[in-house]
Design a protein around this ligand. Structure first.
Ligand code: HEM
Length: 171
């Protein structure tokens, strides 16, 4: 697999961090808006804003994070299925991005359309879903910085580096 020169790798890493942590930020905004309605804010005002954030920011960022994350793994010595922390992030992000696109965004758009007519149980869902997803994104962020658990395969073509060893070269 092609490896990137250090300046290109830094640029890709910058894109990856900005998009993924931005995704977490957008999720926290949705959580805040959901809580605001439960605390008495006007659903006719808040839910259309949440729907807009979901459509213009949250859903597109989900796709972008997945694509840039996979690219970052494939074009660096980390590899996609070589280190457990990367593989776990791949699974987490794939599940999250799918749920965001197929479930959460349509529900938020529906809430934006019906406003105050949204039943209480669905209002609760619009708090629980972003609370769970932002917690999982926080887990992904912590995995990224601590990089735990070593390799999936003991040795490969790069030579059996010790599990949990420092970042592969080229950063
Ligand atoms: C498809 C999913 C993902 C994959 C395959 C992936 C893969 C990677 C890889 C390989 C790196 C190291 C890049 C390098 O050293 O040049 C990295 C760094 C990082 N990732 Fe991800 N990532 C994914 C999703 C996420 C998500 C969802 C978040 C957070 C919400 C995240 C946050 C970060 C952060 C903060 C770093 C920088 C860590 C550092 O430089 O010490 N990633 N990711």
């Amino acid at each position: 697999m092609t490896r990137l020169a250090p300046p290109a790798r830094k640029a890709l890493l910058t894109l990856h961090v900005v998009s993924s942590v931005g995704w977490l930020g957008a999720d926290l905004v949705l959580l805040t808006l959901g809580v605001a309605v439960l605390r008495g804010a006007d659903p006719d005002t808040v839910y259309p804003v949440a729907a807009l954030v979901a459509t213009l920011l949250f859903a597109p960022l989900g796709v972008l994070v997945w694509v840039i994350g996979v690219t970052s793994a494939l074009l660096t010595p980390w590899g996609l299925l070589r280190h457990r922390w990367v593989a776990v992030k791949l699974v987490l992000t794939t599940v999250l991005a799918t749920l965001v696109l197929l479930l959460l965004t349509p529900r938020l758009r529906h809430a934006g359309a019906v406003g105050a007519a949204l039943p209480h149980a669905e209002r609760i869902d619009l708090v629980v879903a972003p609370a769970v997803s932002s917690t999982l994104m926080l887990v992904a962020t912590v995995l990224s910085t601590y990089k735990p658990w070593g390799r999936l395969r003991r040795a490969d073509r790069t030579g059996g580096r010790r599990p949990g060893a420092a970042a592969p070269a080229g950063r």
